[in-house]
Ligand binder design. Structure first.
Ligand code: C2E
Ligand code: CA
Ligand code: CA
Length: 703
């Protein structure tokens, strides 16, 4: 067998015999070659005859039954391979150049390999071309890996080309590659981009941030903005990752256009912060703006004015013209409000028919007054909706920052309170916040809400103040005086709620309750042997109600109370309103048998000539005159005149508010018929009054 390192005879003795050492060495080399996982063979000179093949070669390529030794190349290998290698072998032999071929190779057992075939020329010691070493190394795995890499790069490149997202590769901060989508996004060609700093893509104001992200050399995702060639700034999301391209470490940045996403976000933001009907900022947005502007005002030491606008009786308008027109009206008003103010001012819809206007940097109250006036005019001007002219006035409350509140909540609350003051002043006007006014206005508001429930919650009570005959102190009647047992505020006197009840027409049901309750009590006293007249105070609204007389008639019929036991107290003003009508009404009442008295006489401006035409039974001298008796001469003169007048008209006289013995003595002296006041008794509950009656020296009897 020839030596793997060369054909036979190199180690021969001069005699041509191989030395024993040489033989040994050769055996060693043969074994080594046999154990190598590469195919080795040697083909001699021009005839290309195989003189050596290692085991791997023979197993892989040769017919086991036929030794390759001494056979030609084309005979040893598969014919196709043999034909292919043969010329290469010949050339190698000729040019003395080693060469390498890479190609597929089929083994005898059918296995397909990818091999690297190295042909190395062999020159004998004399320098003659002796043959060629053939070395076949299996590179299948390496080849597959390489192919896979290539394919993946190819895939990536196809992907990059086709992708809609911009992608660029960068190394050391410079663009190494970019896909068409990126080129399109920034309006530059690949040629323009290659080698340029990646930062040139980024909008100047985003560069510092972007650089910091990219410099981290980590996988990062962040938002930034690129600039298109035409100057458009495009918000993008950038995803930067480490990668390898063509075997080199590289960074790949995906640039995702997020304009759509931003637009959706912006739309969402708009929807969350704006009122759908008017397009004005809504309550939440306004609160944020207010907060922001308050901070700014504090920093710049300037004033803010907050104007709370509420449309007067808007519900009524809405009910009468319909919601569609009501909405159109609100839209127009919103528009007008915006037109009245500067661009730096804020207008918002706070809810239903409430709007807010915020004026930053106001110099003085006058400036605010001017704006308020403009707003009142603008809102108050009629609006034509679908051919129908609609008018609505606003009431406007103003709170100033910092003096009227230093948090948004307080400032709004105070502007709201001022707005209610404006409403209370007759609407269609404005009011600045004032602490004291606001407190009462608030109390009123609270009460207003609670007053409605007071009847159903059974919170009203009647007290009774006795009226006694002047000459002997005999109890002849009581005046019913209402109280409101308020669940939180305790017992409220009429001056704390009657005016409010009148404003809201609640006085009508309340008055009816008083009448019924008084009638019920009167009957009880009568049953107990005290034939007391019960006097009930009326309020104008009650008396003017068209069905008032009928309601009294019904009450009498229902309770069975004799009409003469009921006395109705009317004020001078009530009597003078519309004399013929009042007179007719009084006559109807008189016809029922009910008694009638003029309360607080002397405080109104009764025309005496009219008074004499009215069917009145009693006059009550007002407490204010009684109080100054007997020393104050004017009061004494007035009291005396009233008594004489009553005498002349054939009326009886009751003096109210008698507190002292001197007052009583004086009034008795004047000829007053009846007395009422603390001196006799304070107003008391029905039970207390019963006990009081029982203590009277004079026994009950019919007068
Ligand atoms: P008024 O009709 O003049 O009733 C007399 C008021 O004088 C009562 O006050 C009574 O408590 C008070 N008074 C009685 N004697 C004295 C006295 O010696 N000294 C002083 N300083 N005051 C005395 P009150 O109960 O607070 O009622 C106030 C007003 O509320 C009444 O004045 C009346 O105008 C009205 N009012 C009371 N009850 C009703 C009611 O049921 N309906 C209506 N519409 N008004 C009522
Ligand atoms: Ca009275
Ligand atoms: Ca009175």
């Amino acid at each position: 067998m020839p030596s793997p390192s060369g054909p036979a005879a190199d180690d021969a003795t001069p005699s041509g015999e191989a030395t024993p050492e040489a033989v040994q060495d050769r055996d060693k080399l043969c074994r080594l070659a046999d154990s190598a996982p590469v195919m080795m063979a040697y083909f001699d000179g021009p005839r290309q005859l195989c003189t050596y093949a290692n085991r791997t070669f023979m197993q892989g390529l040769c017919d086991a039954a036929r030794s390759p030794l001494g056979r030609a190349l084309t005979d040893v290998m598969a014919p196709a391979l043999g034909r292919q290698l043969s010329p290469a072998l010949a050339v190698t032999l000729q040019d003395d150049q080693a060469r390498t071929l890479e190609q597929p190779l089929s083994l005898r057992d059918g296995q397909q390999l990818w091999v690297e075939i190295t042909l190395t020329p062999h020159l004998d010691p004399q320098g003659r071309r002796a043959g060629v070493y053939v070395l076949i190394v299996d590179q299948s795995r390496h080849h597959a890996a390489e192919r896979a890499l290539l394919e993946s790069e190819e895939r990536l490149s196809k992907f990059l080309q086709a992708g809609v997202e911009g992608i660029f590769f960068h190394r050391d901060g410079h663009i190494a590659d970019a896909n068409p989508a990126l080129c399109e996004l920034v309006g530059l060609s690949l040629h323009d981009l290659l080698g340029r700093p990646a930062l040139m893509l980024i909008a100047p104001e985003h560069q510092t941030h972007t650089l910091r992200q990219l410099d981290a050399l980590q996988d990062v995702t962040f938002e930034t903005a690129v600039v298109h060639q035409d100057g458009t700034r495009i918000p993008v999301e950038m995803i930067d990752r480490g990668t390898v391209q063509h075997g080199e470490p590289m960074r790949m940045a995906v640039v995702r256009d997020i304009r759509d996403r931003r637009a959706t976000q912006a739309r969402l933001h708009y929807l969350v912060h704006h009122d759908a009907l008017t397009g004005l900022p809504n309550r939440a947005a306004f609160l944020a703006q207010l907060d922001h502007l308050m901070v700014a005002a504090r920093a710049s030491d300037t004033q803010l004015a907050l104007l709370f606008i509420d449309l007067d009786h808007f519900k009524r308008v809405n009910d009468s013209v319909g919601h569609t027109r009501g909405d159109a009206l609100l839209k127009t008003i919103a528009q007008r409000l915006c037109e009245c103010v500067r661009s730096t001012d804020r207008v918002a819809r706070f809810g239903g028919d409430e709007f807010m206007v915020l004026l930053p940097g106001v110099r003085d109250r006058e400036a605010v007054v001017r704006v308020a006036g403009k707003l009142l005019d603008a809102v108050g001007a009629p609006v034509v909706v679908e051919g129908q002219s609609i008018s609505v006035t606003p009431s406007l409350g103003i709170a100033l920052y910092p003096q009227d509140g230093d948090t948004p909540d307080v400032l709004i609350k105070h502007a709201d309170a001022a707005m209610h003051v404006a409403k209370a002043r007759g609407r269609a006007t404005f009011a600045f916040f004032e602490q004291e006014v606001a407190t009462t206005a608030y109390d009123q508001l609270m009460l207003e809400g609670e007053l409605g429930h007071a009847i159903t919650h059974d919170e009203f009570a009647l007290l009774f103040q006795p009226q006694v005959r002047a000459r002997d102190g005999h109890p002849v009647g009581v005046e019913a005086l209402i109280r409101w047992q308020h669940p939180q505020r305790g017992l409220l006197a009429p001056n704390e709620f009657i005016a409010l009840a009148e404003q809201h027409r609640l006085i009508v049901p309340i008055g009816a309750w008083v009448l019924r309750e008084a009638a019920r009590q009167a009957q009880q006293w009568h049953a107990a042997g005290w034939p007391l007249t019960v006097a009930v105070n009326l309020s104008t609204l009650q008396f003017q109600a068209p069905d008032f007389v009928a309601s009294i008639q019904a009450l009498l019929a229902e309770t069975g109370l004799p009409a003469g036991w009921l006395e109705l107290e009317l004020t001078e003003r009530m009597l003078m309103d519309d004399v013929p009508q009042v007179c007719a009404r009084l006559l109807q009442l008189r016809a029922l048998g009910v008694k009638l008295s003029v309360d607080d006489f002397g405080t109104g401006y009764s025309s005496l000539s009219h008074l004499k035409e009215l069917p009145i039974d009693t006059m009550k001298i007002d407490r204010s005159f009684v109080q100054e008796l007997p020393h104050q001469r004017e009061s004494a003169a007035i009291a005396s005149a009233i008594v004489q007048l009553a005498r002349g008209l054939g009326l009886s006289v009751v003096a109210e508010g008698v507190e002292t013995a001197a007052q009583r003595a004086f009034l008795v002296g004047l000829g007053c018929d009846q007395l009422q006041g603390m001196m006799i008794s304070a107003p008391q509950t029905a039970a207390q009054l019963q006990a009081w009656l029982d203590r009277q020296p004079v026994p009950p009897h019919v007068p």
